[in-house]
Design a protein around this ligand. Sequence first.
Ligand code: 13P
Ligand code: SF4
Length: 303
Amino acid sequence: MGRLSPIQGRIRELAIEKDIVILAHNYQIPEVQDIADIVGDSLILAMKATRAPQSTILFCGVDFMAESAKALSPEKRVIHPVPGSRCPMAHMVDGESLREFRKGHPGVPVVAYVNTTAETKAEVDICCTSANAVKVVASLESEKVIFVPDSNLGQYVQSQLPEKEIILWPGYCHVHNDITVEQIVGKKDEHPEALVLVHPECTPAVINVADKVASTEGMIRYARESPAGEFIIGTEEGLVYRMRKDIPDKVFIPLETAVCPNMKKIGIEDVLMALEKMGPTVELDEDIIERNRPPLERMLSLG
Ligand code: 13P
Ligand code: SF4
């Protein structure tokens, strides 16, 4: 875990003393990543949340991630240090509008990106993350599939599965949607040898100029295994800290303007306070938990 500041050291002591596992998303600030037991993408964190032996999960990420951990492990206490750390895209669809939309497409299964609220997940057939979206949609027998809420990710899945008809929802991630081809080309001019790695939440035009499209964890794996030594990172800039730490012999070039303000809301003091108070906790209705488990577990069972 390397050298920790006094506040980080205290966090680690409390986590052990109170039987808490700390999970952090790849976009969290460096000080938070450094005190986590596990840092990863949405899929890894969801899997670790179900398997962790500790009685409490402290989730450093946005709201939907902490909610999914609670739905998958309802017997555990799940702490989300700053509940206002919310993914705006996850709030671009809600249960009622989705129920209405489904009426226009009877019998068509709904795939929900995990970047949705627990209320929305209660209405869907299966969930997916950016790491397994193509696999999840391919696993469905139906030729037509409704995909919510990320229209960019939905279009990427469509490009990989031309035999399917993907019905899109008009949602998007403002951070990835704002990444432009000009930005990528500008970085490429400065670093002509670098490979371009982008997240599938980017627009089709940006995806078109990429060498690799992957989830945040997929980008780390690709960079580690690639013979190339330089990479332009087309996602939220926080991932670059993790990449430089894990793969110190390679060069990672961030897009400095790609910042998710919600992912940066959790500070190291918030983590300490949450551990001391054992809250704020994530609370979901029993009915919502019951209806979230099948779509999440179906996704996890695909491996
Ligand atoms: P990953 O699951 O690829 O880490 O992505 C999560 C996310 O919020 C992307 O913006
Ligand atoms: Fe949501 Fe985009 Fe932030 Fe990810 S980067 S949490 S999708 S707003």
